[in-house]
Design a protein around this ligand. Structure first.
Ligand code: SF4
Ligand code: SF4
Length: 133
């Protein structure tokens, strides 16, 4: 299985070799989808692949060393009453979460692909998109 998390680091744990630990201690395949980190801390969006038990244990480990974990699950929402299918979000999305349905010309959203960058929020002329992380 795989799950996506937002990890929040502080100045005490930012130097920890998180991805190494996830691989060696918990037999996971971590993919870093986005990272904004400096010496003072920051955040990372990561996809964890592995068994449910190992993912749960790794989250426990991260919390123990002070890394805040936020499960990203349908963290992006599009209000279909507001969306006018203009397509502005399609070209700006770095993760290709938005796409054009070539048959209907409607705009589709695959929330599984979203890396929570927020670009579509400012690009959307009708404020149809919200992020909850
Ligand atoms: S926040 Fe919007 S632009 Fe950024 S990855 Fe998610 S869907 Fe794409
Ligand atoms: S930018 Fe906003 S209105 Fe335009 S297609 Fe995307 S979500 Fe819909």
């Amino acid at each position: 299985m795989d799950r996506k998390y937002k990890l929040v680091f502080n100045d005490h744990n930012v130097q920890e070799s998180i991805t190494y630990a996830l691989v060696t201690k918990f037999d996971l395949e971590p993919s870093v989808l986005r990272a904004e980190i400096d010496d003072n801390g920051g955040m990372m969006i990561v996809r964890l692949r592995g068994s449910e038990e190992n993912i749960d244990n790794s989250v426990g480990y991260l919390n123990e060393i002070g890394v805040e974990t936020v499960l990203l699950n349908k963290h992006i929402y599009r209000d279909m009453d507001r969306c006018i299918d203009c397509g502005s979000c399609v070209s700006i999305c770095p993760a290709r979460a938005f796409s054009i349905d070539k048959e209907t010309w409607n705009i589709d959203l695959n929330f599984e692909r979203c890396i929570a960058c927020g670009s579509c929020l400012t690009a959307c002329p009708t404020h149809a998109v919200t992020l909850s992380i």
